[in-house]
Design a protein around this ligand. Structure first.
Ligand SMILES: CC(C)(COP(=O)(O)OP(=O)(O)OC[C@H]1O[C@@H](n2cnc3c(N)ncnc32)[C@H](O)[C@@H]1OP(=O)(O)O)[C@@H](O)C(=O)NCCC(=O)NCCS
Length: 155
């Protein structure tokens, strides 16, 4: 079989932005963390589907920590891109920033890594295209992702 043609990181990269409204709030009035997690999962799925051209599922998240609260009225922006591909799995890095629009103050609320797996028509893991690393940033992230893959295997 012919080897699959690679795709660059830039071909699947996504920036997703959304204003947080009262519909995103928890009973205390701040943004519910689960809503941010859902957005990050959605962004990861978009990146993984774009890269693989397949339906993709979330196998694991490594890992979710909130460094700062997000408030109703904030613009939340998620930067999602592919760090690493295995045979059927892909690691998508998602950086989340919250912006207080009136002051322009931006906070890095968290970064997490989503392990996505591409599935074939029968719901079985299927091979994904190799990842082409174009920039220094791509190579740096790929190096870090490889260390995480090794650490996960040890776990
Ligand atoms: C993800 C899933 C398809 C993996 O199936 P599986 O039978 O374990 O398949 P495999 O052992 O062949 O693993 C497939 C790939 O996933 C990776 N993988 C599986 N579980 C993983 C985990 N917990 N963390 C990281 N990678 C994982 C494997 O390393 C392998 O990667 P590779 O092909 O790049 O080497 C299966 O566990 C599943 O369907 N889970 C439910 C997914 C889902 O519904 N998510 C939404 C939940 S709400």
């Amino acid at each position: 079989m012919m080897p699959m043609e690679g795709k660059p990181v830039s071909a699947s990269r996504l920036v997703l932005a959304q204003i947080m409204t009262h519909l995103d709030a928890n009973p205390a009035g701040n943004v519910h963390g689960g809503n941010i997690m859902k957005l990050a999962d959605t962004a990861s799925a978009v990146v993984a589907i774009r890269h693989s051209g397949r339906n993709c599922v979330t196998a694991a998240v490594d890992r979710f920590e909130f460094h700062a609260p997000v408030f109703v009225g904030n613009l939340v922006t998620l930067y999602a891109s592919l760090n690493y591909v295995g045979r059927t799995s892909m690691e998508v890095g998602v950086r989340v920033e919250a912006e207080e629009l009136r002051t322009g103050r931006k906070t890095h609320t968290n970064t997490s890594y989503f392990l996505m797996v591409a599935l074939d028509e029968n719901g079985r893991p299927v091979e994904v295209p190799p990842l082409i690393l174009e920039t220094e940033e791509d190579r740096r992230r790929n190096g870090k992702a490889r260390q995480r893959v090794q650490a996960r295997k040890r776990r």
